[in-house]
Design a protein around this ligand. Sequence first.
Ligand code: F6R
Ligand code: MG
Ligand code: MG
Length: 371
Amino acid sequence: MSAKVTVSLIKADVGSLCGHHVVHPKQIEVAKEILENAKNEGKIIDYYVFNCGDDLELLMTHNRGENSPEIHELAWNTFLEVTEKVSKPLKLYGAGQDLLAESFSGNVKGLGPGVAEMEIRERESEPFIVFAADKTEPGAWNLPLYRMFADPMNSAGLTLSEKMTPGFVFRVLDVIEGKYIDLNCPEELYYLVSFIGTQGRFVIERVFTKEEREVAAVASTTRLRLIAGRYTGKDDPVLIVRVQHQFPATGEVLAAFIPPPLVSGAMRGSHRLPLMPVSLKDAKCTYWDGPPRCIALGFNLCEGKLVGLKGNEPADLFDDPAFDYARFKVMEISDYIRRQGEFEPARLPEEDLEYLGISKIREKLKERWFS
Ligand code: F6R
Ligand code: MG
Ligand code: MG
């Protein structure tokens, strides 16, 4: 049996160019230097640094398990150093914005950065996809994950492959109560949908197989606003999905992003727009700080090393004309929704707004109401 390996994807927005637009190449360079040193010291097996819009993403493989203080500290220190060496000297926008704690305390969860980690035994061949989104929240993965692992109209394997017909278990987190529930699908499909349709509160944290309890997908669930108690930027979640064999095929997993899910985020984190699947080069929000973007990077693991196309450069899976139509559709829908201006449901309900402007207006005018 192969040894266990952990895949950790830890991300943070530590400042960006031209507003909340895009990570600066120098930030990527500094992060790479730090992780290269960690690799040479044997702390990690391999790494890949990339960005999705203004979020700096550190993908690492190692043998230290999930929630390893060494790995979390490495990520935290990397974000700090990038902030000190690049974001602040260049006066990038929002320098260090997601580093909400004064200092590191054992685990980055609850300190600002987003984390998705899975400890696995490498299969004979271990293909997996790393997703990252910008200008949206963790609930954005709910619909695609449902389509991948519970909807036979999306994932043909759920009926055609006897390895998948038993179904999957969905672990859902209530971000308000901080509690989890495991739901077996397809048996408890209706219960699952009754929760995950409320995307701002119930988020899928992981999916696993029923008998072996083999992890299939893990998502980050950080809600920055709940940590900080004020607006700090959207959470911009990440997701790791293992593909093929007993899991959905690459094509089933990617198809789950069509039609584009409607998500919370975009301008001032306070609106709804569809999620646009894009290539790495287009992973940067422009129109109305949106539409929220999502990238999909394909790798294989080989003894813990990341195998990509050139060295560990991944397959840029949404870099494909097959997704042009979805992108066009996203703009068509965005244009329609934006014509609703600040009227719900284009704008989020008041309790979900990321800025305090409206509550300040309410407060200021409260004496002027009469009956
Ligand atoms: C959305 C987001 C942006 C900002 C907007 C204003 O998640 O981060 O839409 O909210 O660009 O940013 P500030 O308030 O920093 O000027
Ligand atoms: Mg930002
Ligand atoms: Mg972002």
